[in-house]
Design a protein around this ligand. Structure first.
Ligand SMILES: [Zn+2]
Length: 387
């Protein structure tokens, strides 16, 4: 293993709580990568000797983004649906079926190439960990193959057979839940770390959601929930009662929902690119943060409700539209995502952490929301290797 000293770092975001402020920010800093890990962090003047050195010229360095929610295994796109929505057609969960039809017809090679393209796109924008869900196959074979393909790109694979009831089960939703908790789970479980369910009008109700999560958990999967996107509902309370890692969307929350998130430690995943692309009201992140809820920011990249792969875009939206401070937004896009995925080895830059980081063409992380839409990520390291 060889070591690399990154020096001349104008602003280094460590997310180390021992350093006081939320982001554990250091100025005029240096960082040593040894193999795949961070070996040392501190003042430039105190940096140890290393095999190689790179002076980043006063630029900012941040932890790699942890995108804890995406749907990358699909075929086709729904650009026309987006255009219709922008002229007044409301979003509904049923549009998922359009992508299901295209995905079932695609070859493994086509699906794999599409995921590869999107993961490359994400990495160019500073994302070093991405969770990827199934959910556009909705047959035993198609869900298992989606997860197998996702597994080529990430360890954070999520079984979402309960994305929507497919057309062939329109008259028998109970039969579909039996499939999702039975043979489909049998085929999916070995390829998945997580189980997820879309608890929403037009998708699955509270008791169906509970049955699906509990079946997955009985097979060793950990739970996460699509909750409270289109209106108030039982999703958040369900996530809290089964001990899910995260309740994602959280657009419409009651005070009781917020209390439940705060008291159970379930992470609230906010996905503002979806509100942007469905022209919906944004969740109030301030309400969650002030109540002590852990917040993650993620893209929810998918071909229907929001097709952005950009964590910097989500940070800009979080600051501009959800009243997060720039520091809170960056923390939620890195350490918050790691918390959502129950990962302690990523989302921060402290000795022993994975060396996942990005160099910004900017003196401070503040430029992420201050310069929205500008490609500021100049170089990303994944497990110590430049991408
Ligand atoms: Zn989603």
């Amino acid at each position: 293993m060889t070591s690399l000293l990154l020096t001349g770092i104008g602003s280094l975001v460590t997310n180390d709580p021992a350093r006081g402020d939320l982001l554990g920010e250091l100025h005029d800093a240096a960082l040593v990568i040894d193999g795949s890990k961070v070996a040392w962090v501190g003042s430039r003047r105190e940096a140890p000797a290393s095999d190689a050195a790179l002076d980043v010229g006063g630029r900012a360095v941040i932890p790699g983004f942890v995108d804890s929610h995406s749907h990358l295994v699909f075929a086709g796109d729904r650009a026309e649906e987006f255009a219709a929505r922008m002229t007044g057609t409301p979003y509904s969960a049923g549009g998922i079926r359009t992508t299901v039809a295209a995905t079932r017809q695609a070859t493994d090679e086509q699906l794999t190439a599409n995921v590869a393209r999107l993961v490359t796109e994400m990495r160019r924008q500073g994302t070093t960990t991405v969770e990827i869900k199934s959910g556009y196959g909705l047959t035993v074979g198609d869900e298992a193959r989606a997860l197998e393909i996702a597994g080529h790109f990430t360890d954070e694979t999520t079984y979402l057979g309960a994305h929507v009831v497919p057309p062939e089960y329109a008259d028998d939703p109970a039969g579909y839940v039996s499939l999702v908790t039975g043979p489909m789970l049998d085929a999916a479980a070995k390829h998945a770390k997580w189980v997820d369910v879309f608890v929403e009008r037009g998708a699955f109700d509270e008791s169906q959601g509970r049955a699906i999560l509990e079946a997955g958990m009985a097979r060793g999967l950990k739970a996460r929930v699509h909750a409270n996107q289109l209106g108030e509902g039982p999703g958040v309370q369900l996530a809290c009662s089964v001990g899910a890692a995260a309740a994602d969307h959280c657009t419409y929350l009651t005070d009781a929902d917020i209390d439940a998130l705060a008291s159970t430690g379930v992470v609230a995943g906010l996905l503002p690119a979806i509100e942007f692309s469905t022209r919906s009201p944004y969740p109030n992140a301030r309400r969650l943060l002030d109540a002590g809820v852990t917040v993650a920011l993620a893209t929810d990249c998918n071909p229907g409700s929001g097709y952005s792969s950009s964590m910097p875009f989500c940070i800009a939206l979080a600051v501009r539209e959800m009243h997060m401070t720039p520091a809170e937004a960056l923390w939620s896009a890195t350490a918050g995502g790691a918390a959502s995925l129950h990962r302690s080895d990523i989302g921060h830059l402290t000795p022993g952490a994975q060396a996942n980081l990005s160099i910004l063409d900017a003196p401070t992380y503040l430029h992420l929301p201050y310069r929205p839409g500008v490609p500021l990520i100049t170089q990303t390291y994944l497990a110590g290797r430049p991408l």
